[in-house]
Design a protein around this ligand. Structure first.
Ligand code: F6R
Length: 609
């Protein structure tokens, strides 16, 4: 949560910081702020709400500062307000922070007892006070930062400006993402790469405990203990245009329509029809770890957890392994019986979700081999796991996850297939059949996207309801959860996803004319049973929208609206089924006039527990 950016170079910093913050707004948008130099003084501007409000504050007056820091906030400590907006300054030290300082109250009381006064309710403000105290005691900037952070417990990604040292920028990372961007005569620090992609693709991923001093020509990285670690320079393959809307009204819509390409990119170089084989780079070297697995745990949050629920079917069906999908936020509160024979698969678009990261740590501590399925190169989860399979979906900016879901499912399918092959549970001919079907998926997604005008009409009809029930069975059950999640998060309609077989055990009491029921009734084991559930809902005046396969007239005749998707193998059908559910949620939200790319109270990366 929260996005931070810093710039040091020769260009005007303000437009770079504003543009960078707009690209980081998916991480939080409760307030925004910037600190830059104005004739050797630090000038701070902050406002409630979005970066566009901050931009307006800079419309009058000119400041050609070429060093600055910025922040877009997702409130944790202290309500969203101008006083609580970052940067927080004290005695010539300005700080922007993403994370949580857990012992801030103790530190704040200590500082107060030494005569410090605070102007915000945030945990962050103590950092500017601590650094300022250390500078006043005569320490050099990096030492002042080091000494301040030695007292701090918790997570942070920080960028710091010091009035007495206008030619440097300080930064530090612990358990919150932070990258450095290396430009030509200019340097950047940011929470995520889209913020700096217009200027450079050369980046350094900082590690926990890193402290950095940046000048225009040099980056000095040290650890808390004073060592100088070597941090490689990586080249980001994402292209800048991928982080822009490209003519679409919203990032979410763009990302829904990018799915044929995103799925093709997940598959690229990983399958061969001729050889009837799957190649997962790097995984081959660690086969032993994965082969000895007697059990699979898929751990994730939100949409990624729903992908994990789909993945569970693959590992059970293809690999004949007991498989569990677990919410990362709950996982650690039990006593999961895991160890070296449990393969833990962590699924995360951002690779920064705090709960998933903690679950990964716990899995590693208990000796589990770990595999991450991630989209963001160099993210914390991808670096900590034994092995990472990247989804290569390109940047996902819309807060509601779309292409991440379909590409995660593809990655899980490939992993299960590779494991089944290694266990001799699938023949080359069987693998070949599956690969041939996989190759058709991008084209079939395009067909599903062609349903958009029909779905808009359905959205018009149903946008006024306050509740929705999504029902699915078997592999379509996670889709019911995901369809409902999409609707609730962007349209604010209360929507529940339910296993259809459970309907009679309670939720049927809710069904009346005011309760639209979206039934996932594509082919497979559950299709006939869900047809009966549809009848039961209709008998109680429920208004049923059925998602069926093309040509399924039997169900079409019995429901108010039908959405017909092409047919593929049952295991791959979720990737097609999710497309109309994403579009339906999107169009309902458009009609209701909500903020689609940045729904209220949400942030894209949940980096706090
Ligand atoms: C929903 C959504 C969230 C994320 C969840 C996990 O549309 O985006 O539920 O799926 O916060 O995020 P990652 O995948 O980044 O770990």
């Amino acid at each position: 949560m929260c996005g931070i950016i810093g710039y040091l170079g020769e260009r005007e910093a303000i437009p770079i910081l504003i543009e960078g913050l707009k690209r980081l707004e998916y991480r939080g948008y409760d307030s925004a702020g910037i600190a830059v130099f104005d004739h050797d003084r630090i000038e701070v501007k902050r406002c409630m709400g979005k970066v566009s409000g901050l931009e307006n504050l800079f419309k009058t007056g000119r400041n050609s500062a070429s060093v600055g820091i910025g922040h877009t906030r997702w409130a944790t400590h202290g309500r969203p307000s101008e006083e609580n907006a970052h940067p927080h300054t004290y005695e010539g030290v300005a700080v922007v922070h993403n994370g949580i300082i857990e012992n801030y109250l103790t530190l704040k009381n200590e500082l107060k007892s030494r005569g410090h006064h605070f102007s915000s309710e945030t945990d962050t403000e103590i950092i500017s006070h601590l650094i300022a105290e250390n500078l006043q005691a005569g320490l050099k900037p990096l030492e002042a930062l080091r000494k301040a952070l030695a007292k701090v417990e918790g997570s942070y990604a920080l960028a710091v400006l010091i009035e007495s040292h206008p030619d440097i920028l300080l930064a530090a990372r612990n358990q919150s993402p932070l990258i450095l961007g290396l430009g030509n005569g200019e340097m950047f620090v940011a929470s995520d790469s889209p913020a700096i992609l217009p200027y450079t693709r050369q980046v350094i991923f900082l590690e926990d405990g890193d402290l950095v001093q940046i000048t225009q020509s040099q980056i000095k990285i040290e650890t808390q203990s004073g060592a100088s670690p070597s941090r490689p320079i990586h080249t980001i393959s994402w292209d800048d245009s991928q982080a822009e809307k490209g003519g679409y009204k919203h990032f979410m819509l763009k990302e829904i329509f990018e799915q044929p390409q995103a799925v093709a990119d997940t598959l690229r170089g990983r399958i061969s029809v001729e050889q009837g084989d799957v190649f997962l780079e790097g995984l081959e070297d660690r086969r032993e770890n994965f082969l000895s697995a007697k059990r699979i745990y898929l751990v994730a949050c939100g949409t990624s957890y729903h992908a994990g629920l789909v993945g569970r079917y693959y590992f059970e069906r293809f690999c004949l392994l007991p498989s569990e999908a677990e919410l990362a936020s709950e996982f650690r509160h039990r006593n999961p019986i895991i160890g070296p024979e449990t393969l833990m698969i962590l699924i995360s678009q951002s690779g920064e979700t705090a709960d998933t990261l903690k679950a990964l740590r716990e899995g590693k501590a208990k000796g589990c081999p770990t595999l991450a399925i991630c989209n963001v190169l160099g993210s914390s989860i991808s670096r900590m796991a034994d092995f990472t399979l990247y989804t290569h979906a390109g940047p996902e900016i819309g807060v509601a996850s779309t292409k991440a879901f379909s590409t995660q499912i593809i990655a899980l399918y490939l992993t299960a297939l590779a494991l089944a092959r290694d266990r001799s549970l699938v023949s080359p001919a069987g693998t070949k059949d599956k690969i041939q079907e996989l190759l058709k998926i991008p084209q079939l997604i395009k067909k599903c996207l062609g349903l958009d005008p029909e779905i808009q009409m359905i959205a018009r009809k149903f946008s006024g309801f306050q509740n929705f029930l999504y029902l699915g069975r078997g592999i379509n059950y996670p889709l019911a959860l995901e369809g409902a999640l999409k609707l609730k998060e962007i349209s604010y309609i209360h929507a529940e996803g339910y296993p259809a077989g459970e309907m009679k055990h309670g939720p049927i009491a809710l069904i009346d004319r005011e309760m639209p029921v979206l039934a996932l009734a594509t082919h497979g084991e559950g299709r006939d049973k869900i047809r009966s559930n549809i009848e039961e809902a209709r008998a109680r005046c429920g208004r049923v929208i059925a998602l069926v396969n093309e040509g399924d007239e039997e169900i079409a005749e019995r429901v108010e609206e039908t959405i017909a998707v092409p047919r593929t193998q049952e295991e791959l059908q979720p990737i097609l089924n999710i497309i109309p559910l994403q579009l339906l949620a999107y169009h309902i939200a458009v009609i209701r006039g909500t903020n689609i790319d940045q729904p209220r109270n949400l942030a894209k990366s949940v980096t706090v527990e």
